[in-house]
Design a protein around this ligand. Structure first.
Ligand SMILES: Nc1nc2c(ncn2[C@@H]2O[C@H](COP(=O)(O)OP(=O)(O)OP(=O)(O)O)[C@@H](O)[C@H]2O)c(=O)[nH]1
Ligand SMILES: [Mg+2]
Length: 197
């Protein structure tokens, strides 16, 4: 499940992850649990087509947790082994939206108690120090397993990674380096530090 504030690159990262898992020979389904923003599901559908992956979607305004429930049922029926959950961009101070994320988590925990459920926070490298406070606040409300740091292809060097791993002790798992489907790479600390130096 990917979460994060508006526009950080969640949906793009879902598309890239779908492609990456497919390349690894996994069978993937995407849950379009951003039912909040107009056209979010359509955007995801395009990524699903590019990656060759099914997208489970409901109409705009539907309960995101219900979308996730359906995606899980569908994955069980079809024998998929990876479910990617896209969520609506939210400001961390919007309590109802955080509650919505927690509800999705409860559905996953209940329906797939043995799953390796990873909750990643997506952060935009170009937002600098603000990303650190986002990570702090999100990880208070949602148990977070790691960070996907996007837009590292721009001017940002991503020095913010050092602050995040130092202050919040969350690992960076993937970095986004562009807008194309294969512009997501697993984070490698040694490579990263060498590039910074
Ligand atoms: N250069 C660059 N652009 C990126 C990267 N990841 C995402 N983007 C761009 O950032 C913009 C927002 O991406 P989305 O994936 O729609 O972001 P989101 O977090 O899903 O946005 P909301 O659902 O509205 O909260 C798009 O124009 C993407 O093409 C990246 O790694 N590098
Ligand atoms: Mg999105």
């Amino acid at each position: 499940m990917l979460s994060g504030v508006n526009g950080v690159g969640k949906t793009t990262a879902i598309g890239k992850l779908a492609h990456m898992f497919k390349e690894q020979g996994r069978s993937v389904v995407i849950a379009a649990a951003d039912t909040f923003r107009a056209a979010a599901s359509e955007q995801l559908e395009i990524w699903g087509q590019r990656a060759g992956v099914r997208v489970i979607r409901h109409s705009e305004g539907a309960d995101p947790a219900a979308v996730v429930f359906d995606a899980i049922s569908s994955a069980k029926a079809k024998g998929n082994d990876v479910i990617l959950i896209d969520t609506a961009g939210r400001l961390h101070n919007k309590k109802n939206l955080m509650a919505e994320l927690q509800k999705i988590c409860r559905v996953v925990d209940r329906e797939l108690p043995d799953a390796d459920f990873r909750k990643y926070l997506v952060l935009d490298a170009t937002t600098g120090q603000n990303a650190v406070s986002q990570a702090q606040i999100f990880s208070e409300d949602i148990e977070t397993d790691g960070i996907i740091l996007t837009k590292l292809d721009g001017t940002a060097k991503g020095g913010v990674v050092l602050a995040i791993s130092h202050d919040i002790e969350l690992p960076v798992v993937y970095v986004g380096v562009g807008e194309k489907i294969d512009d997501l790479i697993p984070f490698d600390a040694t490579d990263f530090v060498n590039a910074l130096l």
